[in-house]
Design a protein. Structure first.
Length: 300
């Protein structure tokens, strides 16, 4: 009861006077103090993004309502959004530090949603064996992973050698669509030696697993973490601006590399326990992503 009472009094009375006193003492509004005091990256941008969380839109100060809507603006509109906030709070244009920091934070916030939409759109594209570009990417995957063995036919048992379930890989892309294939190709192209090494390890007689199927499963993990916002801290620390598809692929590469290490360290009794260990790995990654300073990526 006292907790609720204190919360009500703080939100409706004390917070206003505390903010007024701090502005009087520092000569800066709350937003200026936030952007000037927080470390660049996730800590700063998450603070800006959460500025009006939990409050009704009508009860928010105008500048925080602008910030809440910033995630919906296009890149070209961010500059206007910054000017509107500065005008509303009577912040001088010569305060270039504030202007730059707010601009970066709003780019990151709006860019995160744009990245999710781009990833989602790629996920929704079904693999089409009649599409020449899709087929070329699939063959590229084979050539990257199996450079010394020719693929004898498009429909072939050989696909099982790189961890697909049957003669035609297109059936394994149903859940993640073209995104699953693009991720597999990206890892194989940018980390070729690591991809071939992990493929080799996946054929272990006791601890082996289906390389391609697990790779697609990890695409789903990366996608779900992006969708629920868990990747914000990682991406805000990694990119001082708009996150791109490249950065999502880089995170996927980290998952593939780390899952392989995790799997062999855990030494599961059999592949039948995959879901159990997959969830354990998922929880580990979610825990790492809670750190404001997190950056989960591999180095070229």
């Amino acid at each position: 009861m006292w907790v609720h009472a204190w919360g009500f009094l703080y939100s409706n009375y004390f917070r206003f006077w505390l903010k007024w006193l701090l502005r009087l003492l520092t000569g800066k509004c709350e937003l200026q103090r936030l952007l000037g005091g927080a470390v660049a990256g996730a800590r700063r941008t998450l603070s800006v993004g959460n500025g009006g969380a939990g409050a009704g839109a009508a009860s928010l100060p105008r500048e925080l309502r602008v910030l809440r809507n910033a995630v919906h603006v296009e890149e070209a509109e961010v500059e206007k959004c910054v000017r509107d906030v500065m005008k509303e709070k009577k912040i001088e244009q010569k305060d270039t530090g504030f202007k730059t920091n707010l601009h970066i934070s709003l780019l990151q916030i709006s860019g995160y949603k744009k990245l999710y939409l781009n990833v989602e759109n790629l996920r929704k594209v079904p693999y089409d064996s009649e599409n020449e570009e899709h087929e070329e990417q699939l063959i590229e995957l084979w050539n990257l992973l199996m450079p010394h063995e020719n693929l004898k036919a498009r429909i072939s048992k050989q696909w099982c050698d790189i961890g697909f379930q049957g003669d035609d890989p297109k059936t394994d892309f149903r859940g993640m669509g073209l995104l699953g294939l693009v991720n597999l190709v990206y890892f194989s192209k940018h980390y070729t030696s690591e991809a071939r090494q992990i493929l080799s390890r996946s054929n272990h007689p006791k601890l082996g697993y289906s390389y391609a199927i697990v790779g697609i499963n990890l695409t789903e993990m990366a996608y779900s973490l992006l969708k629920n916002g868990a990747l914000k801290a990682h991406l805000y620390n990694m990119v001082s601006g708009l996150p791109q598809m490249e950065h999502f692929h880089q995170f996927y590469c980290y998952l593939v590399y780390e899952f392989d290490k995790f799997w062999f360290e855990e030494e599961p009794e059999s592949i039948m326990h995959f879901n159990q260990y997959r969830e354990k790995f998922h929880e580990k990654i979610k825990g790492l992503l809670l750190d404001y300073n997190v950056v989960l990526t591999l180095q070229d």
